[in-house]
Design a protein around this ligand. Structure first.
Ligand SMILES: [Zn+2]
Length: 299
């Protein structure tokens, strides 16, 4: 074992931790019991005095714990396995597994140590907010805000800009559920899609055939559009970027727009329009090249 660890000190630290915990639970016990018969008259005052005393105890025990832990050395790195390495030379069959288990738990504690130091450095920067206020995108916009709580006007701007850049893709915005936008997309005479936003983050997408009625929750009755919906969900997650939400929306729309040739372009791998077993057109678009593939051909 690490020679710098004083077992007695560690033991007394653990004891004071236990004492602290038990005094805290006494507080909660007294609180949950509330006023009792033995408080008698002036019950309220006696109850408060009792509570105050218990809280005082907690304070004293907390100070004790702080003192004992302050004396403990901070582990600098990994722990040495020491004599336990001899376990690997164990000859009894049913004990041979011990060494592997020990090494595994050793690795595990090592990881806990590593992760907690990462967590500590992240938490101390206090940047664990979904808004990523310190990152690039907000700098561009010039003020701090979270991406799920942007003003509707800004969402409209982003979407309308995308809408204007396509002649064969029509995008309309509605707000049936208060401030969050639901966007309807009509792509050529090929398909329609509906995307639910939370601020500037895309949350849900449903793709249907050109002639079908569009809503958020009912799937298309055509197999091919159910496939496209499935792939659109994958795309939504692929392009998801809390730091650059506008780019995520634009990338997704570019990707969706590439379905304009859903029924006219052949699969880049097998060269067929309809796949030989599923008999579906290429319902997958590569995220980068936007080339069409059958789901079965995309690898
Ligand atoms: Zn194919």
């Amino acid at each position: 074992m690490n020679p710098s660890i004083n077992v007695e000190q560690l033991n007394s630290a653990l004891t004071s931790l236990r004492t602290l915990r038990s005094s805290v639970s006494q507080v909660f016990e007294a609180l949950s019991n509330g006023l009792r018969a033995d408080h008698g008259e002036d019950g309220k005052e006696k109850f408060l005095l009792e509570l105050q005393e218990l809280l005082n105890n907690v304070n004293i025990n907390l100070r004790d714990l702080e003192q004992t832990t302050n004396g403990l050395p901070i582990p600098t790195g990994s722990f040495n396995l020491g004599n336990t390495t001899y376990l690997s030379q164990e000859t009894t069959q049913d004990r041979q597994a011990l060494y592997t288990q020990l090494v595994n738990s050793y690795k595990w504690t090592d990881k806990v140590h590593e992760y907690s130091s990462f967590a500590h450095s992240i938490l101390s920067q206090n940047s664990l907010r979904r808004s990523y206020a310190n990152s690039g995108s907000t700098k561009r916009r010039g003020k701090l805000q979270s991406n799920h709580n942007v003003p509707p006007g800004q969402v409209d701007n982003v979407i309308n800009t995308i809408d204007r850049s396509y002649t064969d893709m029509k995008i309309t915005i509605s707000r049936p559920y208060a401030s969050n936008a639901v966007v309807q997309i009509s792509l050529g005479h090929v398909l329609k899609a509906v995307v639910a936003f939370k601020g500037l983050l895309m949350e849900w997408v449903m793709v249907k055939g050109y002639g079908e009625t569009l809503d958020l929750w009912n799937e298309s009755r055509h197999n091919v559009f159910r496939k496209v919906t499935e792939n659109a969900h994958a795309a939504m997650l692929h392009f998801y970027s809390p730091t650059l939400p506008e780019l995520a929306v634009r990338s997704f729309m570019t990707w969706l727009h590439s379905y304009v040739n859903l029924f006219s372009e052949a699969c880049k791998r097998c060269g067929c329009h309809l796949h030989h077993t599923s008999l579906l057109p290429p319902a997958w678009r590569d995220f980068r090249t936007l080339e069409p593939f059958h789901d079965e051909c995309k690898q």
